[in-house]
Design a protein around this ligand. Sequence first.
Ligand code: AMP
Ligand code: FE
Ligand code: ZN
Length: 279
Amino acid sequence: MIDLHTHTTCSDGTDRPAELLAAAAAAGLRAVAITDHDTVAAYQQVAPGGSAPELIAGVEMSCDLEPAMLDVLGYHVEPQHPVLQTTLRALHDWREERNVQIGARLQALGLPADYAAARALAGDGELGRPHFARVLLQRGAVESISEAFDRWLGSGKPAYLPKSRLTIGEAIDSIHAAGGAAVVAHPCFLRLADTALARQLREWRSLGLDGLEVHYPEHTARQRQLYAELATALGLLITVGSDYHGSIKPQITLGGLYPPLPADEAVLDPLRAAAERWR
Ligand code: AMP
Ligand code: FE
Ligand code: ZN
């Protein structure tokens, strides 16, 4: 069992990096990637490599494809690579501009949440909408995290603001510069019809995209089959990720994915080979 998509307290997850690794070991995972939103800070606390589980250095970069959510995962990256660091710095700055604006919107809407409260929850980590949702929940303005998104923070809702100005081409280039492989996360959130998705993936393939996250808890069986067929047809490798966030998304467990899944090596070996091509 492997899990190539997880979040820690360095972004919007609730496990610290070492806690996540311990949980992955307890779950019997053979490999795990920490893929925090727009940061590799986890790798100052835990070192890539090792075994039981192997920790694969990863990141999840927010790209601009409004109004859809386009996230690109990087694997086997060198966390401290200057090109990657420069891109992550820009993503951080845009995020912080947006976070201040989200806080102001929530205040203007008369809701009991602001930037300072969300920042206090995030600590030094990358701050995002889930932190604002947690503040709204703690202060009784909503009854669940999903209600916070459905009413206020989701795309098109009153406190929603676009996040990133990074193009997918720039994300792919930064990941490759840092010696990693680039994979489009959770294609279901692109909200594209089948033919439009095929066209987009072909275009992104021409920009150097290496893979597609086919196995994801929110993908239906039909979607998994379609994504696997598209990946195979376009020569993209297939990855497996739960998007584990700890207790904020309690229904998602580490390695919690629907069978049938590819063999671990059938995912790990092509991923490593793809990254090595960019060294
Ligand atoms: P941000 O990066 O600040 O735009 O926040 C995006 C994160 O919010 C995603 O990675 C999810 O973890 C979470 N998220 C997005 N939409 C929802 C939703 N409808 N319900 C719960 N969490 C969500
Ligand atoms: Fe997240
Ligand atoms: Zn994620």
